[in-house]
Design a protein around this ligand. Structure first.
Ligand SMILES: *[C@@H]1O[C@H](CO)[C@@H](O)[C@H](O)[C@H]1NC(C)=O
Ligand SMILES: *[C@@H]1O[C@H](CO)[C@@H](O)[C@H](O)[C@H]1NC(C)=O
Ligand SMILES: *[C@@H]1O[C@H](CO)[C@@H](O)[C@H](O)[C@H]1NC(C)=O
Ligand SMILES: *[C@@H]1O[C@H](CO)[C@@H](O)[C@H](O)[C@H]1NC(C)=O
Length: 212
């Protein structure tokens, strides 16, 4: 599995750090994402829409997949403004909350360190391999670590998030480099006019923490 390969590779190649690499930023995107815990259970699967300049992300789980996803989510994140919405369209309810950490698996943080370039699949056979750059770093509170694999065009492939006692793996699929439905990045009517809810002491709201 790619996850395990990357982990092993990360450990082996820590000394081959290349210089002169700047983290790239992913473009506008539409695609699908799976969130798994390292124990192997699928937390959720769904469609995402990402605005790279506006730093907005919508991620909505889709239960039509024949797996036991344990979480149903519909999140609209505004990383620049530092707020997000938890939408429950079945219940016609919405919560507006403050984001304490704006890291997310679709974009590499500016302070990430380049680790290495590797091929998933075959390096030699044309069309049978995927060349990715691996970036690593720590969460702002230094308690967690991440590793992100992106294509040469900066499309996210896999992101690992290690945060004791949990670890999450985010995998993206069928990514298109455009926003197919801009409506998805607008605040739905059920969320309009809400006050930001108080964050309980000690809680850190982030995209990652929504799946823990
Ligand atoms: C990305 O999407 C936003 C919102 O739809 C749009 O304003 C922006 O021009 C797009 N950027 C590119 C490079 O297409
Ligand atoms: C779930 O995915 C299926 C197949 O891609 C799609 O037809 C359906 O509209 C999606 N549902 C939601 C709620 O996104
Ligand atoms: C899904 O979860 C239910 C209840 O936890 C379990 O009985 C079932 O075997 C699971 N199915 C799959 C495909 O994992
Ligand atoms: C709808 O909201 C109620 C009260 O907030 C909650 O108990 C219930 O679980 C919600 N239903 C769904 C399907 O989320």
């Amino acid at each position: 599995m790619l996850a395990v390969t990357l982990l092993v590779f990360m450990c082996l190649t820590a000394s081959t750090r290349a210089e002169h690499h700047q983290p790239c930023h992913s473009p506008n995107m539409t695609g699908f994402m799976t969130v798994m815990s390292l124990k192997g259970d699928v937390r959720t699967f769904g469609a995402f829409t990402y605005d790279s300049l506006g730093k907005k992300l919508r991620f909505k789980s889709n239960d039509s997949l024949p797996v036991n996803a344990s979480l149903a989510v519909d999140l609209l994140m505004f990383f620049e403004e530092g707020i997000f919405y938890e939408i429950d369209s079945k219940n016609q309810s919405c919560e507006k909350k403050a984001l304490q950490c704006t890291m997310h698996p679709l974009d590499i943080p500016d302070d990430a360190a380049f680790l290495s370039t590797l091929y998933s699949g075959s390096r030699a056979i044309e069309g049978e391999g995927l060349k990715v750059n691996i970036w690593t770093g720590s969460t702002p509170d230094k308690k967690g670590h991440y590793s992100m694999a992106v294509t040469m065009g900066c499309l996210p492939v896999t992101a690992f998030m290690f945060y004791e006692p949990t670890a999450l793996i985010f995998t993206t699929m069928n990514v298109e480099t455009e926003i197919q439905d801009p409506e998805l990045l607008m605040v739905p009517s059920i969320c309009q006019g809400l006050q930001v809810e108080e964050t309980p002491e000690g809680t850190v709201h982030s995209f990652f923490n929504e799946f823990v």
